[in-house]
Design a protein around this ligand. Sequence first.
Ligand code: NAP
Ligand code: HSE
Length: 430
Amino acid sequence: MKPIYIGLLGLGTVGSGVVKIIKDHQDKIMHQVGCPVEIKKILVQDLKKTRSVLVENNLLTTNPKEILNDSEIDVVIEVMGGVKDTKGFLLEALRQGKHVVTANKDLMATHGSELLNVSSLNGCDLFYEASVAGGIPILRGLVDGLASDRITKMMGIVNGTTNYILTKMSKEGRAYEEVLKEAQDLGFAESDPTSDVEGLDSARKMAILATLGFSMNIALEDVLVNGISGVTEEDLHYGNQLGYTMKLIGYAHRQGEKVEVSVQPTFLANHHPLASVQNEYNAVYVYGEAVGETMFYGPGAGSLPTATAVVSDLVGVIKNLRLGVNGRSAVTPQFSKCLKNADEKFSKYFLRLHVQDEVGVFSDITSTFANFGVSFEKILQLPVEKNKIAEIVLVTHTASLNSYEKILNSLRDKKTIKEIKSSYKVEGNS
Ligand code: NAP
Ligand code: HSE
């Protein structure tokens, strides 16, 4: 029986997992698709590198043409990462009539619609399940499982590295740099972990989720992004005292025609379902008007979990080949993009201030909030050892982003406010 031949671009963390799953699960794959699957060539940078899986040397190449120009190769699996070269390789593969499976959220968040367009024009599949939340089948969940519903809200922990860091910092009191290094060693982090810790990796995933969930072309630039590199042990400590857990939360909300998408360090009430998601695990909460609340949970990064999603996409491509329906699954967005403005975005906020410890300062802060119609849900005041400074930690009731930004600007102008130490979104009632 003629095998389906695969060209694999990349043999790092995810690529090694793909090789292992194709080998170890060959029987199950064959049972589902009716033919063997064989990796014919693997593109790498360094032919001499020691690999974590056993592959024959003659499979490795540094020349992409050996895959892109090989007419026997049916499917290209891209797990090398990067945008510029990779986009060129995948466009070439699609033009050559090869189906593509990719784990590359960077590429899909920035050039996804162009690539999907080219794939449809060439009658090819382009699947990218592994690009969001590693091993969790969230994209199929949205596109197929919830196809009949109108999704209005998605909230997710979609970056394993930052969740690992925040978990270890808050549960074990460990230092940021040390746990970041550990996440890198475990293969969760991107080659440049700045995109993990500064929230860009999550923003790419939220752009993909919002585009599919809201059927609207959401670009990376539409996502408001803040990372976790500025989060301090003191912030975690005070949040904990008030009943909150810090997570890097991707938030996508639709109200009527309008949407907002953001990625921000957020204090979750301890009983919030996302607060218990630990280490490299990811979870996406999805609210549909008809179904109500749903939650998708699982490992969001790592070799085998991510490779599971990649190989499941491969199985999808081969099933489509058997049915002769490749290239028909990309759907044009139903709605034009319409983003909320700051008056239409609502949240509660955590604010930590250093203020002059003297009469009238507290009431001045209270009246500044009152002037913009914002009241407090919680408040803590503690002395700071030196210079007659007091620490004020407060959580507001729900306020518009517009009012909250005006309050911050007004506080910045006051001589008695020495420093705005930190400010975070808050979700849930504690
Ligand atoms: P990785 O460990 O750095 O592996 C990248 C592989 O691609 C390496 O084998 C490397 O070759 C090869 N490569 C890179 N640039 C190349 C080039 N220009 N030409 C030829 N080969 C090249 O990366 P990874 O963690 O597996 O991630 C791969 C992709 O999956 C990325 O898009 C990432 O965002 C995505 N992803 C990763 C995870 C995860 O948990 N790691 C989860 C979901 C999605 P050498 O080995 O010779 O250096
Ligand atoms: N660097 C990513 C993470 C890999 O930590 O979640 C999975 O996309």
